[in-house]
Design a binder for this molecule. Sequence first.
Ligand SMILES: [Zn+2]
Length: 601
Amino acid sequence: MKQGLMRVLLCVPLLGGVIAPAAWAADLPPLVSIENEVLRISLAQNDASITVTDKRLGLDWRQQVASGFRVVSPSINRPGDSIAAEIAGPGGPYALTLTMNPDCPHGFDAVLDLPGRKYTTPPAYPFPFAAPADDWFYVQNTTGEGMLMPLAKAADIKERYEFSGGQPWWGLTDLKRGMSARLNTFRSQAARTNVYAVPLRMHYDFFEDGGYQRLAKTYREQFLRSHPEMKKLSERVPARPAVASLKDAVYVYLWGASPDEDLNLVREMKAAGVERGIAVCYGRHEIDRALFDGIKDVDWVAGMYKMPTGNLFQVSRRRGWPADLLLGKVAPERFLASSNLAGWDRVCAKHLLPEWTEKAKGFIGDYGTQLFYFDTMVVQLAPCLHLDHPSTIEENQQARLQIMRATRDLGMLVGSGEGNSPTWALPELDFFEGLMSIRTYIDTPLSIPGGDYAKDLGDSEQEHVSLDETRRIPLYQLAFHDYVGSTWVWRDTNYQSAQFAWKKELFNVLYGTMPMWHIDRQLWDLHKKDMLASYQRIHAVRARIGFAEMTDHGWLTPDRSVQFTDWNNGDRIVVNFGDTPFTPNGKQPLPGRSFAVEGSK
Ligand SMILES: [Zn+2]
């Protein structure tokens, strides 16, 4: 596509580059447009809405217009392949620039500035695009995995059109065609308040073929292009052998009463057939070298739960204070004066980097640690106001990446999560805990893990929402399965609802992800038969595709009870979530609540 094919079309007379409001006020809404051979993008002056015409389909994408917006006409200009306009309306004024790029003829960039502002809550403008018909779906990235929500039941959709999920994009599809909107600039999801850095840089894509799978792959391609240094999990193993465990191990939190009990449990699990395990100690008891040596002796990985960065409440009990600071709802001087000064040292990643690196070396030297799990490190971002080491929230994020990088440079396997799996952390992380959850919709009522399943979630709403195969889709796995390990959250592990353990297992199988168990003496004795059988089923699949790229996902029955994933090694995993056998043409029936691997080798 050549730059010359793009041109600006103005549907109203131009007077020295200035459009006189009187020229159009009484007539049909005048448009200013740019186009290439695929798309025409038009900005309506009377309501500031954007219409995208997909010439391949003859389809007009219109927006859900809110009232009170208009283009302030004198600011429209025509630099050739872009439209710049000042928009008046609620929350404004806004400065909008729409640009077509020859490298992406089926999309455009949008830059939204709010003059005088550095951060904003999700703005009312630009409007979201509307689905062309009622039977379309909203494609959503939750805190972890994806959701496919019918727009016919739009009221069920939470945080619609916000960039609040682990991946900062949303989309629309009828499973054949689609569009997506992506945020490329900084966002903070602290305390459930979404804050975006200003100006917002967004990108919109329009697809004539391909459903949510295509949208996920598009995000993957764009992300990997902008992070060329990222290595696949399989490529990280030579430098850090412990990464290999992410392919096919079970993630185990040890809750024994002593190091001896933990070690005996690991040895028993190994002897019983749990060949590959990651054992993580939360710190219920002191760990010792013998425990970690013993774990490594059976070829498991020995890991520690740590919080190098502390909880935001250590600075202030005011909920959501980082968002309040960013949005100017509290004066920095006043907030600093009322804060716990020592608390800043615990949340300021820049300040903590040298201290943590020394600590990590100590843990590695003392215990032979192979893995660190950094609880909430990717969640609790904040600016730092401490006069000795001030930093912006963006610098805080960068420093968190540096903490992860420094820890990996020490040879460690590094994970984080527990609440969110933001893609900004992907370049320096090996796994996300909780990526399998969908906290945007529901969060486990259980508090800090008791280490047991005594508070069995039972037949809870939690499990019905989290494990709803008719709505959940593997958007994260389609994008990054070969780049990041993922598991359930520790408040909702594989056996947290005994009656749904079979279903969590089938999702691990279908998505090629890691099961998670809590183990102490009583729990192992109680569940070992079920756990061992489950481990062996999941392991048989993950040993094949644990580090592979998920190339496709879909369903084989209209009720979506039978689903498949395809992998770049040629394997297809078919899972039957239903209770009755699935009988495909010319193939063996697949019993209810089971799976099959259709391998190429
Ligand atoms: Zn600081």
